[in-house]
Design a protein around this ligand. Sequence first.
Ligand code: UD1
Length: 427
Amino acid sequence: MDIIRVEGGHRLSGGVRVSGAKNSALKLMAATLLAPGRTTLENVPNISDVHVMGKVLKRMGATIEVVDEHRLAIDTSAVDSWEAPYELVAKMRASTAVMGPLLGRFGRAKIAMPGGCNLGARKIDMHILGLEALGVKFDTDHGYIHADASEGLTGTTVTLEFASVGATENLIMAAVRAKGTTVIDNAAREPEIVDLACMLNEMGAKIVGAGSPVVQIEGVEELHPVTHRVIGDRIEAGTFIVAGALMAEDGDIEVTGFNAAHLGMVIKKFELMGVQIDRIEGGVRVHRADVLQPVDIQTLPFPGFPTDMQAQAMVLSALADGSSVITENIFENRFMFASELVRMGASIRIESHHAIIHGVQGLSGAQVVSPDLRGGAALVVAGLIADGYTEVSAIHHIDRGYEHFVEKLVSLGAHVARVNVPDPSDD
Ligand code: UD1
């Protein structure tokens, strides 16, 4: 099995360019279902989640040409199946993003029920309630959701109980082909939703208000293929900012390829901790001269502090001069990472959805297990400052969302390697 081995204590310097946003690319790939013909996506990250979404589309009859490492040409003209099968949905919950576009174009979809994941139950009830309001009829059997809109979709007002990213996206992708106007009230405002609406509008959709809590979609008769560039990954950028904040003392690193405005709350909180983050062309310069200060953070939908940066922020607060509180409001089970960080010497107490972190002087390298995508990346970053060696296993989680993570860290001066070791569970 592959692990990532980190030798701590090496200063970082230089620059790193982040890849395209995972959470944008996956939805844009799903959205190509709405426009028969060849859509080209640029700045697509070469990560395993993108490969899974490619498989989902191919199973339906789409063809995907890998033009180069970061450019995919997807042709959905010949799609003749409307099913996202269990083995792919179980690998990646975001496969459910095909439901909206399938309903928009074909009026039907058969999607494996996603079930739980290691971030908790992660229901899709809001997707279903919203689509029902547009006229979709749902049925479930044998672990599958059957969605039928053969009588057409009709625009209406949908008020989301919570600003769910996935529900907002599925509703937008169905509503672009509905009769009349759909209004999504309490819509999620994440930059990836704006990117999706931009591409759909380039395809001929009529969406206004994406990025605000009220999105209005006027249905159109057809959408046409386009060429679209995926936005930079703000979470990958935030992960490198944490690495720089830990290891660029008396120097700096530059993180580019993303829009710093997409990380507003993260930058604000890290600045309060004593990290200096200067805006530069296409990104930021990160530097820290002073001791890290404790901070209180609560995760919230955009423009609040992203849950996907919670673990990385915990690494910083674990080394702060005082006590911090991090409150997780989005996912019910996102503190598994904390117990791994405790194995590295951090002092963290979990009380319900709060983590109380007492800063320590240093971390010590240990063998740890990646609990999920962001937690895994945060453990690698923690290893950069830890004394001795840190070995992170279950790194398939990291591969889901970080392209060339090891190589990028090495280019900044980190001593990190991907190593194949015998699986200890094999006799
Ligand atoms: C997306 C992102 C994920 C990010 C999250 C929140 C992708 C592929 N993933 O996930 O990285 O952490 O947004 O920013 O884009 N919920 C329900 N019912 C629903 C829908 C959601 O109860 O119908 C709950 C979820 O269980 C969760 C919360 O709402 O507790 C937020 O979920 P949501 O915003 O939908 O996140 P995802 O789209 O799954």
